[in-house]
Ligand binder design. Structure first.
Ligand code: FAD
Length: 375
C-alpha cells in the first residue's frame, strides 16, 4: 500500500510520522526546498501558540518533550492600552495552565526530521503538485529537472489553504469550496531583546486592542517578540514614509516605539498576508484521495487553533484507520463525518474571537473566565 502526502508543512509531516507507525510506504512531496538546510520562508507567522490539542498529537509520537524544550508558556493576556497601565488577564483562575509560544520553523523541522527518520517514509522536496487524477491516484509534479509522474493508492492533500489537491478536486467537479476572505490583512514586526533580556513579559500573550484593529506579540526563544498587526486590508497602504509610520505608531501604539528600533523598516518592507476561512465539501473522493488541515478547513488565526486543529485531524484519521481495520475508503469517510462539525465550530469561534481580542478585552468590565485553549 503506497500513500502519497502532498505538502510537508505541519500537517503533512505529522501525518507521515503517524502513518509510518502503521508500516505503510509513505512518500511526502513538498514544493519548497528542504527548510532545514535553507532559508526560512517569509510571510507566515514566525511563531504559533500550541495548546493541549496540538500537544496531544506530539505526545503520541514521542516528540512533545523536544518541542516543549524551547516553548514559552503564556499564562494570560497582557493588554496594552493607548495610555494607562498594562492589564494582565490570566487564562485560568489558578494553576499552571498556559498556551505555548513555539517557533513555526523549529516545529516544522522537528516533525520533518522525525518523518524522514521513520521507516518507510521518504520526503521529496522541490516537487510541486500540478496535476492529479483523484480516481486513479496519478499525480504530476513540477520539479527543477522537469515534470515527474507518480502514482499512489492513497493521496492525502496536506498542502495548506491554497491547496493544489483541493483545486484539482474542484476542477474534477468533485468538491465545492467556499473561501471567505477577511477584509483584514496581517503584517509582522519585531521587538528585539534588550541587553539579552525580553523587552516585555515573556509569560503573556501581548495584545494592543484598538477597536477595529489590533496588534499582538508572542515571545521567541531568542528573547525577541514577533508582533502581528491585524488591520483592515487597505489601511496598510496609508502609511508610505518612515515619518508617517513613526507618527502613526507614536499616536496609537506609543509603548511599542522605544521597543521596536526596526519598526519603520519592518513596516515598509514586510509583506501583508491575507486571512480567510476555507469551507470544502466533501473532503474526500473515491475513498482514496482526501484533504486534511488547512487544505480542508483553513481558519482565521484569532483563536490560535489552526495548527492545533490540523494536528487533531491527524490523530482522528489515525483513530479512524484503527476503527475501520485499516480500510482507507471507510476511514476517510468516517474521518470527515467525525471532524466536520468540530472544524466548522472552530472556524466560527475564530472569527468571533477577533472581535473579542481587538475590542472587548480592552473593556474595564471584561475579564476572561472562559476556557484556556485559545488566545
Ligand atoms: P501549511 O502550513 O500551509 O503547509 C502546507 C505545505 O504544503 C507547505 O509546506 C507548502 O509549501 C506545501 N505545498 C503547498 N502547495 C503545494 C503543492 N502544490 N505541491 C507540494 N507541496 C505544496 N495555528 C495555531 O494553531 N496557533 C497559532 O498561534 C497560529 N497562528 C497563526 C498566525 C497566522 C498569522 C496565520 C496565517 C496562521 C496561524 N495559525 C496558527 C494557523 C497555522 O499556521 C495553520 O493552521 C497551519 O500552518 C496549517 O498547516 P498545514 O500543514 O495544513 O498547511
Amino acid at each position: 500500500m503506497k500513500v502519497a502526502i502532498v505538502g510537508a508543512g505541519l500537517t503533512g509531516s505529522l501525518l507521515a510520522c503517524f502513518l509510518a507507525r502503521r508500516g505503510l510506504s509513505v512518500s511526502v512531496y513538498e514544493r519548497r526546498a528542504d527548510p532545514r538546510v535553507g532559508q526560512v520562508e517569509r510571510g507566515r507567522s514566525i511563531n504559533l501558540a500550541i495548546s493541549e490539542r496540538g500537544l496531544d498529537a506530539l505526545r503520541r509520537i514521542g516528540l512533545v518533550d523536544q518541542v516543549m524544550a524551547d516553548a514559552l508558556p503564556m499564562k494570560g493576556r497582557m493588554i496594552h492600552p493607548v495610555s494607562g497601565p498594562l492589564d494582565f488577564q490570566p487564562y485560568a483562575a489558578s494553576g499552571d495552565r498556559a498556551i505555548n509560544s513555539i517557533s513555526r520553523s523549529a516545529l516544522n523541522n522537528a516533525l520533518l526530521s522525525a518523518a524522514s527518520a521513520a521507516p518507510g517514509v521518504s520526503v521529496v522536496f522541490e516537487h510541486r503538485l500540478v496535476e492529479l487524477d483523484s480516481a486513479s491516484g496519478r499525480m504530476v509534479f513540477a520539479t527543477p529537472s522537469g515534470k515527474v509522474s507518480v502514482s499512489a493508492d492513497v493521496v492525502l492533500g496536506a498542502d495548506g489553504a491554497g491547496s493544489a489537491v483541493r483545486e484539482q478536486l474542484l476542477a474534477e467537479g468533485i468538491v465545492a469550496e467556499d473561501v471567505d476572505f477577511l477584509d483584514y490583512g496581517y503584517k509582522e514586526l519585531s521587538i528585539p531583546a534588550v541587553d539579552g533580556e525580553f523587552a516585555l513579559d515573556p509569560g503573556a500573550l501581548h495584545i494592543w486592542p484598538r477597536g477595529t484593529s489590533m496588534m499582538i506579540a508572542l515571545p521567541n526563544p531568542d528573547k525577541s517578540f514577533t508582533c502581528t498587526l491585524f488591520w483592515p486590508a487597505g489601511s496598510f497602504d496609508a502609511l508610505t514614509t518612515g515619518a508617517e509610520v513613526s507618527a502613526y505608531f507614536a499616536e496609537h501604539y506609543p509603548d511599542l516605539l522605544p521597543l521596536a528600533p526596526d519598526l519603520v523598516d519592518d513596516y515598509l518592507n514586510n509583506p501583508v498576508g491575507v486571512l480567510g476561512t476555507v469551507h470544502t465539501l466533501p473532503w474526500q473522493a473515491h475513498g482514496r484521495t482526501a484533504l486534511l488541515g488547512d487544505a480542508a478547513h483553513a481558519i482565521v488565526p484569532f483563536y490560535g487553533q489552526g495548527a492545533n486543529c490540523a494536528f487533531e485531524d491527524v490523530v482522528e484519521l489515525d483513530r479512524c484507520l484503527d476503527d475501520t481495520g485499516g480500510s482507507w475508503a471507510r476511514a476517510l469517510r468516517l474521518f470527515e463525518a467525525r471532524r466536520r462539525e468540530n472544524t466548522e465550530a472552530i472556524a466560527e469561534m475564530a472569527l468571533a474571537n477577533f472581535v473579542e481580542m481587538r475590542d472587548k478585552v480592552a473593556s474595564p468590565v471584561f475579564r476572561l473566565t472562559k476556557q484556556i485553549e485559545h488566545f
